[in-house]
Structure formats: structure tokens, C-alpha cells
Design a protein around this ligand. Structure first.
Ligand code: MRU
Length: 344
């Protein structure tokens, strides 16, 4: 299994995704501030992985806290949660995980016989539970979604929604893995995913690692390949799914979804329940992270645009629910109208 992130007695160990595919380097976060930096700098990325990383960051912060009593530890825990929440705004899994850890702390603290030690152990146990649940959810998505993919054909994916974006196995790539394990003959087209190249660097790396046939496309090639009948399905992950089924995912996803509809190709979204944000009514209310212009102006340290050019760098876009053929979750496959299927 690809070791995206791991709890160790010394801290949380991350595979440094900024260095892939050329180098496999690990980073050890020994304090919650390090975990916040690892998330902000995209050493770990992908909505479910960000969520579990934050949970481990909460556990680590509470473990290391120098608080002398439970009220002081509670105050530290709240501060740790706020620090981790200020890292990236779009993936709702981050806020879901912090809130789950926070509520867990608040359930442990007043329990009869609670001590600083039992609270610390309880927080670590909860983070490890979330890690295991994430892998189980990915496997369940794979089981629910595999048969939606063709027995034989090419599936396009955008960004990286794989083992590297989760605690292992992946959401969209988990469904592809499950289909391949069931004997489907699938080739994957991985959109390169400008500007951060999660598709070219990460999706291609992890699928080839598992022996799954992968071809990297520049982001502007999908239309032509769809018109030639070379793509049978599209599957992507999500950073946040609103109550009406609108999907925030990596910038460029929306364009792929529109193209898929035009060409009569199914467009699937695979995401765990922790990505669904029923409190957000539709995609217009999803905060979209804006990242540094340098990611667009420079490639491999080399300037690609003239000085003075205006630069846009939204990290995510919103695909309206009408383009989504189905949402694959660990609880099953949801179809439109999503307002009803998500509420159920
Ligand atoms: O900016 P990133 O790399 O964190 O963006 C990741 C994505 O957009 C993924 O598609 C999404 O988080 C789903 S990961 C299972």
C-alpha cells in the first residue's frame, strides 16, 4: 500500500507529494504546527487525506500539550483546531475531521475517571479510527462503483483522487482499482491537471505503481479524444459536495464534465460521506481556494509568462449537479435528484 500518511510514536509521517514522481521522501511532523504546514504546503493533499491529517494533528497537539489541567488542555485543543482549520478552505473533510476530533475530546473530558492521559490516548485512538474508516470507505466505494465502469475501455480522470489523496486505495482511483481487480480491462487517461500537475505527477505515478495502464493527457486534449470515441467514462473525486449535488473539485473538472455530457459519456464522482456538506445549499456557497500566481507563471523554476501578465489561479471549480451521472459513496450510488438522494 502507498504510505500517504502514518501515525508513528514520534509524530505523523507523510510521503512528500511535492517531490513525486522523481523522489520518494518522507517528512516527519512532530507537532501540530508542522501538520498545518504540511497541509498548507501540499506535502499532503486530497480532501480525505487532508481530513485525516488534521485529525492526527489534533491528536499530536493534545499529546504534546504542556497544559497542567483539563481546562487548559481544552483551551489548547480549541487553538490547535483553529490553527489546522486555517490551512486550506475548500475541502470540507478538513472541517469535518476537526469537528469530529473536537467533539470527541469534549465527550472524553467530562467522563468519570477522565485524566489527561486517558484524553490523550482517546484522541490518538479516534484519529487512528478515522484512518481505518477512510480506507474502509474507499474500498466500499470501489465495491459500489466498479460495475459502473466499462468491462473494457478507457476511463478519464482529473487531478489525483487516489491512494495519495486518501489513507490508501483512493476514491475515484479506488473505483478504477476495484474494477481492475474484478477483471475489467481498463486504460486510464490522466489529465495532467495544470497548474499543479497532480494528474501527471501523482495519478500516473500511483497507477503505474499498481501496474494499471496509464496515459497522461494535457488538459486540452480530452475534447478531441472524446469526439473520436476514445473515452468511455469519466471519474473524479470531490472536495465538497453541496446539498443539491453541485461538486467542487480540482480546477478543470467542470470543463471535463461539460464535455462528457456533450459526448454522451457518463461522468461519475466518487467521494466519502465526509465530503458531503449538507449545510451548503449549492456550489455558489463553496469557498474556492486561490493559490499563488507563481504556480501558473513558473514551471520547474522557469518563468513561462511575461512580467506584467495578469494571473488567475483558483485551485477548484464547481460542477453543477446536472452534469453528474452518479455520486459513488461508501453507502452506495446516488442519482439525481441529488437534493433528495443526499438527504435520504
Ligand atoms: O489541491 P488538491 O491536490 O488537494 O486537490 C485535490 C482534488 O481536487 C481531489 O480531486 C479531491 O480532493 C478528491 S481526493 C479523493
Amino acid at each position: 500500500m502507498i504510505p500517504t500518511l502514518e501515525w508513528t510514536p514520534e509524530g505523523v509521517r507523510f510521503l512528500d507529494q511535492t517531490k513525486l514522481p522523481l523522489e520518494e521522501i518522507y517528512v516527519l511532523a512532530t507537532g501540530y504546527e508542522d501538520v498545518a504546514t504540511v497541509i498548507r504546503d501540499m506535502i499532503v493533499r486530497g480532501a480525505p487525506a487532508i481530513g485525516v491529517s488534521a485529525a492526527m494533528g489534533m491528536a499530536l497537539g493534545v499529546k504534546n500539550s504542556e497544559a497542567k489541567d483539563i481546562p487548559a488542555l481544552t483551551a489548547d485543543m480549541e487553538h490547535i483546531g483553529k490553527t489546522l482549520a486555517a490551512t486550506r478552505p475548500t475541502a470540507v473533510n478538513l472541517f469535518w475531521a476537526i469537528e469530529r476530533m473536537r467533539l470527541h475530546f469534549l465527550s472524553l473530558a467530562p467522563a468519570p475517571g477522565a485524566t489527561m492521559a486517558t484524553i490523550r490516548e482517546g484522541m490518538i485512538a479516534e484519529a487512528l479510527r478515522m484512518y481505518d474508516e477512510d480506507i474502509a470507505a474507499c474500498k466500499a466505494m470501489g465495491a459500489h462503483g466498479a460495475e459502473l465502469l466499462p468491462q473494457q475501455g478507457t476511463v478519464l480522470t482529473h487531478c489525483n483522487a487516489g491512494a495519495l489523496a486518501t489513507c490508501g486505495y483512493g476514491t475515484a482511483l479506488g473505483v478504477i482499482r476495484a474494477a481492475v481487480e474484478r477483471g475489467h480491462k481498463i486504460n486510464v487517461y490522466a489529465d495532467e491537471t495544470r497548474p499543479y500537475l497532480q494528474g501527471a505527477r501523482l495519478t500516473a505515478w500511483e497507477l503505474l505503481h499498481d501496474g494499471i495502464q496509464t496515459t497522461v493527457l494535457c488538459d486540452n486534449m480530452a475534447a478531441s479524444l472524446m469526439r473520436q470515441g476514445k473515452i468511455q467514462a469519466v471519474i473524479v473525486g470531490a472536495d465538497r459536495i453541496a446539498a443539491n449535488g453541485d461538486v467542487a473539485n480540482k480546477i478543470g473538472t467542470y470543463g471535463v464534465a461539460v464535455l462528457a455530457k456533450e459526448h454522451g459519456i457518463p461522468f461519475y464522482v466518487a467521494a466519502p460521506w465526509s465530503t458531503i456538506d449538507v449545510k451548503t445549499p449549492n456550489g455558489d456557497h463553496i469557498p474556492i481556494e486561490q493559490r499563488s500566481p507563481v504556480e501558473v507563471t513558473h514551471s520547474n523554476g522557469r518563468q513561462m509568462t511575461p512580467n506584467g501578465a495578469g494571473i488567475e489561479n483558483p485551485a477548484f471549480d464547481v460542477t453543477p449537479a446536472k452534469y453528474v451521472t452518479a455520486i459513488i459513496t461508501e453507502r452506495g450510488v446516488l442519482r439525481a435528484p441529488y437534493t433528495e438522494s443526499l438527504a435520504k
